[in-house]
Design a protein around this ligand. Structure first.
Ligand SMILES: *Cc1c(COP(=O)(O)O)cnc(C)c1O
Length: 232
């Protein structure tokens, strides 16, 4: 089942790249493995998956300990500052930075561990009340503010688009994030590049790729539906 799912997602990514005239290498597939047992992650690894996304710090850290060390881990979920220390030396990229206080903690922990933290800024493009992330108009000033942290490199922007029946409805959301990243890139701020656009999930990653996503975060489409019944 995992094998078929992966093949299907891969085929869809290639088709979206073809439609948009983009190269497949421009898009990184992040296999979102949150709530899934390590046996399943190992199975995905054996099928060639090397990039995993998790949304809880402790879950990421404990999976990191037992799985092969050549997996690239991405923190994609909202973070509490007291959890940064669990993952700072384990992740390639933190997708979900949306406050100066969190950036400050990441900077301090990165310094302690002698690493440079790569981060994305989470943007609430659709301005949904239930979602984390900065309002689009807040992003330029925020980027300037966090460019001063010496152990952080801002690599781009991330958004979680609204849940919609028709993925086409999210096309303007993705286009908006892309435009914002282009506008910020033009400012040539120190320590800031806008090379990564993390957007698109199971329901809408093809549209996101057509609109310029360089990372798509696919969970259900690879690992199947999540079961939260045993969680508190
Ligand atoms: C869970 C999650 C995903 C994956 O969602 P699916 O709809 O299962 O693909 C992507 N991004 C974030 C931030 C998530 O928390």
């Amino acid at each position: 089942m995992l094998k078929e799912n992966l093949a299907k997602v891969e085929e869809n990514i290639q088709a979206a790249c073809d439609r948009a005239g983009r190269k497949r290498e421009e898009v990184t597939l992040i296999a979102v493995s949150k709530t899934k047992p390590v046996e399943m992650l190992q199975e995905a690894y054996d099928l060639g998956v090397r990039v995993n996304g998790e949304n809880k710090a402790q879950e990421l850290a404990s999976k990191y300990e037992v799985l092969p060390k050549d997996i690239h881990w991405h923190m994609i979920g909202h973070m509490q500052r007291n959890k940064v220390k669990y993952i700072i030396d384990k992740v390639d990229l933190i997708h979900s930075v949306d406050s100066v206080r969190l950036a400050e903690t990441i900077d301090k922990e990165a310094e302690k561990h002698n690493v440079t933290a790569n981060i994305l800024i989470e943007v609430n493009v659709a301005k949904e009340e239930s979602k984390f992330g900065l309002m689009p108009e807040e992003v330029p000033a925020f980027v300037e503010q966090i460019s001063k942290f010496s152990h952080i490199r801002v690599k781009g922007l991330m958004t979680i688009a609204p849940f919609v029946e028709n993925p086409e409805d999210n096309r303007p959301v993705f286009a908006h994030l892309r435009k914002l990243s282009v506008d910020i890139a033009k400012k040539n701020i120190d320590n800031i590049t806008m090379s990564i656009l993390s957007m698109g999930m199971t329901n809408d990653y093809q549209v996101a790729i057509e609109e310029g996503a360089t990372m798509v975060r696919v969970g259900t489409g690879i690992f199947g539906a999540r079961d939260y019944t045993h969680q508190v």
